[in-house]
Design a protein around this ligand. Sequence first.
Ligand code: CP3
Length: 342
Amino acid sequence: MTVKPLLRALSGETVWPPPVWLMRQAGRYLPEYRAIREKFPDFVAMCVTPEAAAEVTLQPVRRFGMDAAILFSDILILPWALGWDLRFSHGEGPVLARWQSEHDTSRLNSALAPSRYAPVMETVRLVASALAPAQALIGFAGGPFTVACYMVEGGGSPDHAATRTAALADPEGFSGLVAALTEATIAYLAAQIEAGADVVMIFDSWAGVLPPSLFDRYVSQPTRRIVNGLRALGHKTPVIGFPRLAGSLVATYAGHTGVAAVGVDTGTSVRHVRRDLPSGIAIQGNLDPMALKVGGAALTREAAFVLDQLSGGPAIFNLGHGIVPQTPPQHVADLVTQLRSV
Ligand code: CP3
């Protein structure tokens, strides 16, 4: 049986060269993605059309031969599947109903609506059956704190002032929201695993906007609860945690949550994280998406730097955040060639 390189790295083995996949590897930088996206005026509709979602999941893997596919969906499908209003407006990003107090938590359904989440599981099944034996399938969800950010702000935000205010001024109410999202996330990730995901990743993109005093309560504890919840359901599936912008708190997060790997963002030193990380936990990161956009000598140099930083322990090569739409696909091909030739 082929042991997938990504799963070897996640079990604590130093695989060299490291397995590679890229956040937002399915997306607008690919012409074949845009061709399918054009057929769906509504982004949510595309996320819940299994054939389309499976096809765009597979596009980058087919074109570049990454070691993993990541399910094409969105972190905001979870609150939507709990009945929360969500739409993606052109050029503006996501627009959601706004959470204002504990009362609004009761507007979330207690369970995911099958009509809204079952298509995602069908996508997982379609992709799992299409991948080569050495390629892994990564399922995912947002970190409960990050999903709560979008619900409190009603969309994206430059400073997350409303969320940070709620966390400080209404800790009971805000904790209730995070707890409800945490329980739903366990069910959602378990369903992805049962449908065929080899790995699941928790994207806590806004973890770092919290002060260290609140980080454990709203980021580490919910993550640990998700990992333990999956284990209690009998799933040994490795979890990758990505507490973006968490800086000096990354190693503590990794040690406390039970994740098999920690994602490191572009601005954080992999060497520093490695020094403080319990042994056996893999590091995933952290090439600057701008280096991938720029390409050429700058890309070669930056990728070599990241490889050097990752060496000496279990590692997964990735970006520090998602691919930007202006990235020429050839640069991704060049990067994969460089990584495979070390
Ligand atoms: O290839 C992959 O990485 C898998 C698919 C994926 C998407 N979103 C598709 C997507 C994943 C893993 C996500 C996660 C996600 N979604 C996060 C966490 C990671 C991060 O970027 O910090 C967040 C915060 C979201 C919420 C979200 N979705 C926003 C803020 C936006 C608008 C911004 C944008 O890039 O347009 C989205 C839309 C979105 N999700 C797109 C894609 C490919 C672009 C939509 C389009 O095609 O028009």
